[in-house]
Ligand binder design. Structure first.
Ligand code: GRF
Length: 316
């Protein structure tokens, strides 16, 4: 199984980046670091990453508009083949364009038990509040600062006499453990059949008059009392493949897709030439594309009277 490709963004020391990088050296780690980029060419973490043989990029954001700078970082990440982004002490607010370009594929580590203490000075604030525990959180990055769904947390006890620095140093130990474990779980969830089925289900059932039944042992999606437009297959007849089967829009499209990306597209047995299998277990699924495919498959089988509903949906 190929490893998920992760780009890491830092601004300084980069100890969390180092923790991710060293964890990635284990043969069974499900991710690899393909780029470490910083908004400061002198960030110490860049030297460390380069010495470990990782591609690096450093450029100052000073004097640049936020969106323009983020576009440069975005291009670097994509050129490096990153499929995920891990923010590790990246001290920049991100433009909405950048955040939406990596929606659901960008994580951050924050030194507090979110939703407590978003932003800066988290250690001092936890001490001042008299909390028994501070800690760290890894969360999905959304448009709001330190706000996306929390994927994992480690509480860290506050000791008598703790200063912000002593507490920060202890939390950092916990950060280094938490980040690599949470990132590993996150990149492998996209290979788990139940998670993949839920993703397909969400997109399929959002189409007009769609419902789900089981056919030939496969969850499948059709128009209520009508034809089916998608099948979810998981290890069918022991083939070890997780995929979605959809109807093609033109007779030679199946062959064309298989030729364009032979690893991803295949001819599903017993389905004829007007269906195509799209593998979902390669770790780099483009879910917008799957959404588009489900939608055009729905259009292939929908009775004329329902087409109007899709046109209405298109307007929103
Ligand atoms: C860490 O405390 C992290 O939680 C926060 O910034 C700090 C970065 O430290 N987001 P490092 O550069 O990873 O050593």
């Amino acid at each position: 199984m190929s490893k998920a490709k992760v780009g890491v963004l830092i601004s300084g020391r980069g100890s969390n980046m180092a923790a991710l990088l060293y964890a990635a050296k284990a043969a069974d780690c499900p991710y690899e670091i393909v780029l470490v980029a910083a908004n400061d060419p002198d960030a110490p973490g860049l030297t460390l990453a380069a010495a470990e043989g990782i591609a690096t990029f450093g450029q100052s954001h000073k004097g640049m508009k936020r969106a323009a700078f983020d576009a440069i970082i975005d291009a670097q990440l994509r050129d490096a083949g990153a499929h995920y982004v891990a923010l590790a002490g990246y001290m920049r607010l991100l433009s909405p364009e950048f955040v939406s370009g990596w929606a659901d594929r960008m994580l951050n580590i924050h030194p507090s038990l979110l939703p407590k203490y978003k932003g800066l000075d988290t250690h001092q604030r936890a001490i001042d509040a008299g909390d028994s525990h501070a800690g760290c959180s890894v969360h999905i990055v959304t448009a709001e600062l330190d706000d996306g769904p929390v994927l994992g947390q480690t509480p860290v006890a506050i000791l008598p006499g703790d200063t912000p620095d002593s507490l920060a140093a202890r939390i950092l130990i916990a950060e280094h453990q938490l980040y690599s474990r949470t990132l590993a779980d996150f990149v492998t969830r996209e290979r788990q059949p139940d998670w993949l089925l839920n993703r397909v289900r969400e997109a399929a059932l959002a189409l007009p008059q769609a419902d789900e039944i089981v056919s030939h042992g496969m969850p499948c999606f059709g128009i209520v009392k009508g034809k089916k437009f998608a099948y979810f297959t998981r290890d069918h007849h022991g083939d070890g493949i997780i995929a979605v089967l959809v109807k093609t829009t033109a007779p030679d499209e199946q062959a064309m897709l298989m030729e364009s990306d032979p690893e991803r597209y295949y001819r599903p047995a017993y389905f004829g030439n007007d269906w195509v299998g799209i593998r979902l277990d390669l770790g780099d699924t483009d879910w917008d594309h799957i959404g588009t495919r489900l939608r055009s498959s729905w259009q292939q089988v929908a009775p004329r009277k329902l087409m109007g509903l899709m046109d209405v949906a298109d307007q929103f």
